[in-house]
Design a protein around this ligand. Structure first.
Ligand code: GTP
Ligand code: MG
Length: 437
């Protein structure tokens, strides 16, 4: 008889997890190791304990089991030795791959992929009604194509409804129940989104700034630094799932609403993102999108690229984006690349270095947006001053000795009729006291 290895019981009884990745498609081993590091952090955030990891180099994935059969045998042996509860693959798995892998691995070893772990984290962290609905919808759309007979419990849960038709298989019932639940969730989300849209329209005059970027880049830390709000900051992936908005003073009467958002991560599959899309789209409509990057991270350039891709997919133009390199306290010299079109800031949300400059840069970017007009109306022109002050969508306003300076959001031609067009100036004058911007 083969002796069964004895293991110290884990004090927290965390799920013992083994990580697996494929080295395919010209990826280098070093990059795949970074991806496994990230997967390990995801598992840790989800509450699991990583007990080992392995990767296999292959020309292409095996359609049946993803990894090759020899490697799979070794993996099965390691699972036994290490008393593994679950194996997590960095690649997305199909339902049949999960089934085939579970058949070859020791009994009771669960097979998961990266998306399943991310979903689990989302489910644990979602707090608001909206985020919880989004997560449930994402979970069901992930589950639907992967349904196998294992998911019996779903129909047991809904057993009271009495949907069992003659000759219908368990699987069909499950599918039908899931589809019905998904339809309900979608309706619920639409209502929540409409409420949010109304709230946004009510504060439409304030310029909006969104903090976006890879998970753990420091978005919430920067949000806290800029607004003083006490939000959750954690050295964990996906600490933030519920977007938060707050007013931020940008000096000289200019106030903006700034939003902290859910982070990005590589290989986030479409099903998973879809329910979050409207939140992301709203973020993307901000007047200014701050793309926060952890420049101390070994793969920060890949993270920047992932973020750029997401933003491009959401239709955010480059002109509205500003790259913010964060965590410069951790690097000897901030990298020079990455700040493409010259707009950018280099900060540390922890020490506060560069944050005043960032605030100034945000201010400048908002006031220089194409739909913002800056007027300087001589106080001697009392009627025009009255007219200017009565204009809608004012962003900032300042009385000087001789003139009123005012920044407005305007549509094309909006100033012509009022006679204010003639008083447009190119830039906001911060005044001598402020040293000019
Ligand atoms: N040294 C240093 N650490 C930072 C800085 N900014 C953030 N951190 C740390 O990085 C970790 C993640 O910070 P968060 O602000 O939670 O990051 P996030 O982008 O909001 O992350 P998610 O919400 O999980 O996507 C925390 O441990 C922070 O303390 C910085 O400028 N310097
Ligand atoms: Mg956060």
């Amino acid at each position: 008889m083969v002796p069964v290895p004895v293991h110290e019981p884990d004090p927290e009884r965390r799920e013992r997890t083994f990580l697996v990745a494929l080295i395919v498609g010209g990826l280098s081993r070093a990059v795949v190791e970074e991806h496994l590091d990230e997967l390990g952090r995801l598992v840790d955030t989800a509450g699991g304990l990583v007990v080992g990891r392995a990767s296999q180099e292959r020309p292409k994935p095996d359609p049946a089991t993803l990894i090759g059969s020899g490697f799979l045998n070794e993996l099965a042996a390691r699972c036994g030795e290490l008393a593994v509860d679950s194996v997590v693959f960095d690649e997305d798995l199909t339902a049949s791959q999960v089934r085939n892998l579970e058949r070859e691995l020791p009994r009771a070893v669960k097979v998961l992929d990266r998306s399943a772990v991310i979903l689990d984290i989302f489910a644990q962290h979602a707090r608001s009604r909206e985020a919880q609905t989004q997560v449930e919808l994402a979970q069901l759309s992930y589950l639907l194509p992967r349904l196998t007979r294992r998911w019996r419990h779903l129909s047991r849960q809904a057993g009271g409804i009495g949907t069992r038709g003659v000759g219908e298989t368990q699987l069909e019932i499950d599918r039908r129940l899931i589809n019905r639940r998904m339809a309900q969730l979608k309706t619920k989300l639409e209502v929540i989104e409409r409420d949010r849209r109304l709230r946004r329209e009510r504060r439409a005059d304030l310029p909006t700034v969104a903090l976006v970027g890879y998970t753990n880049a420091g978005k919430s830390s920067l949000f806290r630094r800029l607004t003083g709000a006490d939000v959750r900051v954690e050295d964990r992936l996906f600490a933030t799932l519920d977007p938060r908005a707050r007013r931020v003073g940008l000096g000289e009467d200019l106030t903006a609403v700034i939003t902290d958002t859910v982070g990005f991560i590589r290989k986030l599959p479409h099903d998973l993102v879809a329910p979050f899309r409207s939140t992301l789209e709203e973020t993307a409509r901000a007047d200014l999108v701050l793309h926060v990057v952890d420049c101390a991270h070994p793969t920060w350039e890949e993270q920047l690229r992932v973020g750029d891709e997401v933003l491009a997919g959401l239709g955010v133009e480059r002109e509205r984006t500003m790259v913010v390199l964060n965590k410069i306290d951790l690097v000897a010299a901030p990298p020079r690349t990455g700040i493409g079109n010259g707009t950018g800031a280099v900060v540390s949300a922890v020490t506060g270095e560069g944050v005043d400059k960032l605030r100034q840069a945000i201010r400048t970017a908002i006031l220089q947006a194409p739909d913002v007009a800056i007027l300087r109306v001589p106080l001697a022109e009392a009627a025009l001053v009255q007219r200017a002050v009565a204009m809608p969508h004012q962003l900032a306003r300042r009385f000087e000795d001789e003139a009123l300076q005012i920044a407005l959001r305007v549509g094309p031609g909006a100033l012509t009729e009022s006679g204010l067009e003639a008083y447009r100036v190119r830039r906001w004058d911060g005044g001598a006291a402020h040293g000019g911007a």
